[in-house]
Design a protein around this ligand. Structure first.
Ligand SMILES: Cc1cc2nc3c(=O)[nH]c(=O)nc-3n(C[C@H](O)[C@H](O)[C@H](O)COP(=O)(O)OP(=O)(O)OC[C@H]3O[C@@H](n4cnc5c(N)ncnc54)[C@H](O)[C@@H]3O)c2cc1C
Length: 472
């Protein structure tokens, strides 16, 4: 007998051994409870602040297992979370006392180089995808940290170094297979279940459990021109304003993200700068390397950089550049806001924030998006913030629980101080769990349609452990 949280009240339900045994016998994966090694493997995720004990773990190894799990949760009216890569900052993939549907072993990636299509299971990491696709010098436009899971990233939108050239991750989804709340197995594409297809491109895990995706592949690499250019933070007021101007006419092949933090011990940075506040332009040119040099030279010409390691690099290596600073096991509290431009006032908030950062791992990210992404109308997919802008993300990151209040407080204060320079919109995949009131900011004008589709596909809100879109 085990106890699992009910769907609609704070009470728990007792599930007897026969019901567990019968479910377990139906699965290729299995049912695991506290004490099993697989239970801990499933419940521990990237953000070390999330240390929750689910009532039971159902590990799925395919779509059939997912159907059994969804039917089991619905018929017994149990609260259920779903985990793919387990990389979400909010940690919605694990809930205290709930059923944890663990997809983490569904990681296959199949490349069809002739059709230029990748068929990918939900928990494949971005590194898994790059590994298979780069065997054909191809890539799917995804994010920048190789251990992120493809399902959560795609369902929220997905952006990275190829977004300005080839669009967001969602703009490259050809179709997806899902298990919906009633246990049906459905295919979603522009022609089959088009409403559902629209909603899963940005609307998160609200509409069903994705069992696999089909993506378009593009020719990328195997080498690209990329790397980082570092400036002292004192030069930020001038250089960031010049950068903002330069980027307005930058080619789509060029993507530059700004990282403001205390300098890590980068090998190409003189030692005296290590640990001092700096501003880093991380840049990637996704096209011809010689053309890239021309575009990079304009970036290099800004201010007086103190370090520069931009060079031709294997795409797979570049896709792991940020990994060392983003390893699992740290405590994290991130918040996000969009900026139309980098104003003088915003720069002074960046500088104050980094000078008062409570931990050397705390940082501010500004990801420049637009290009191909911005040529798609806001209402074409559930993700509604298409015009060129900066997705700003403050990463509070630390190791000791005793630092929680200070680090979380720093992140919140920064977002409050930035509010007057921000647009009011934000990226759902960078929201912490306590950002409930800002879910409407993430979906903007698309919220009404999302709620209508949610009502049709999940009227009981079985899929509620997410940045939730409530049925009408
Ligand atoms: C270090 C780091 C770097 C990041 N970099 C980027 C980046 O460059 N670009 C970017 O766009 N984002 C980035 N993100 C955000 C990332 O996209 C989200 O954290 C995303 O949710 C991770 O997906 P996952 O499958 O690992 O998540 P999980 O934690 O497994 O799942 C998160 C949620 O997604 C939903 N979900 C997961 N799988 C399914 C499924 N199969 N069917 C239905 N719903 C599902 C559920 O609601 C679940 O709670 C980054 C995050 C981190 C922590």
């Amino acid at each position: 007998m085990i106890k699992v949280k009910s769907l609609n009240s704070n009470s728990t339900k007792e599930i007897d051994d026969d019901a567990i045994a019968s479910l377990d016998a139906s699965l290729r994966g299995g049912v695991f409870v506290e004490g099993d090694a697989e239970y801990d493997e499933a419940r521990l995720i990237w953000n070390a602040m999330v240390d929750r004990k689910p009532g039971m773990v159902i590990r799925a190894r395919g779509a059939s297992d997912i159907r059994y799990a969804v039917n089991f949760a619905r018929e017994n009216q149990l609260l259920m979370s779903v985990r793919s890569g387990g990389h979400q900052i909010a940690g919605h993939s694990v809930a205290e006392g709930a059923v944890l549907l663990d997809l983490s072993h569904m990681r296959s990636v199949h490349i069809d180089p002739t059709a230029k299509i990748a068929r990918i299971e939900p928990a494949a990491t971005l590194g898994d995808i790059d590994c298979e696709a780069q065997a054909h010098a191809m890539a799917v436009p995804v994010g920048v940290n190789s251990i992120t899971g493809i399902a959560g990233l795609t369902l929220g939108g997905g952006f990275g170094w190829l977004t300005r050239k080839y669009g967001m991750t969602i703009d490259n989804v050809v179709s997806a297979d899902l298990v919906t709340a009633d246990g049906s197995f459905v295919h979603a594409s522009e022609v089959e279940n088009p409403d559902l297809f629209w909603a899963i491109r940005g609307g998160g895990g609200n509409f069903g459990i994705v069992t696999s995706f089909e993506f378009n592949l593009h020719n990328v690499g195997p080498e690209v021109l990329c790397g980082s250019i570092v400036h002292p933070i004192e030069n930020a007021p001038t250089v960031l304003r010049q950068f903002d101007e330069l980027m307005k006419s930058a080619p789509d092949d060029l993507t530059v993200w700004v990282v403001i933090r205390k300098a890590p011990p980068l090998p190409y940075l003189p030692k005296e700068w290590h640990g001092k506040p700096v501003m880093i332009f991380s840049a990637c040119y996704a096209g011809d390397i010689a053309e890239g040099e021309e575009a990079m030279n304009k970036l290099r010409a800004l201010g007086n950089p103190i370090g520069d390691d931009v060079k031709p690099t294997q795409w797979r290596e570049w896709q792991t550049t940020f990994d060392p600073g983003l390893v699992p096991g740290f405590r994290n509290y991130w918040k996000s806001q969009d900026l139309d431009e980098i104003s003088e006032g915003a720069v002074s908030v960046f500088i104050d924030a980094i000078e008062t950062a409570p931990d050397a791992d705390c940082e501010i990210f500004l990801a420049q998006v637009g290009g191909a992404m911005a040529r798609i109308p806001n209402e074409a997919t559930a993700y509604p913030h298409r015009a060129g802008h900066y997705i700003m993300n403050v990463h509070a990151r630390w190791e000791e629980a005793s630092q929680d209040d200070e680090c979380i407080g720093w992140s919140r204060k920064f977002i409050d101080d930035m509010a007057e320079f921000a647009t009011g919109s934000l990226y759902v995949n960078f929201m912490p769990a306590d950002d409930v009131v800002r879910v409407s900011g993430a979906y903007g004008e698309n919220m009404d349609r999302l709620r209508e589709i949610k009502t049709r596909y999940d009227p009981e809100n079985l899929f509620r452990l997410n940045h939730n879109i409530k049925p009408v």
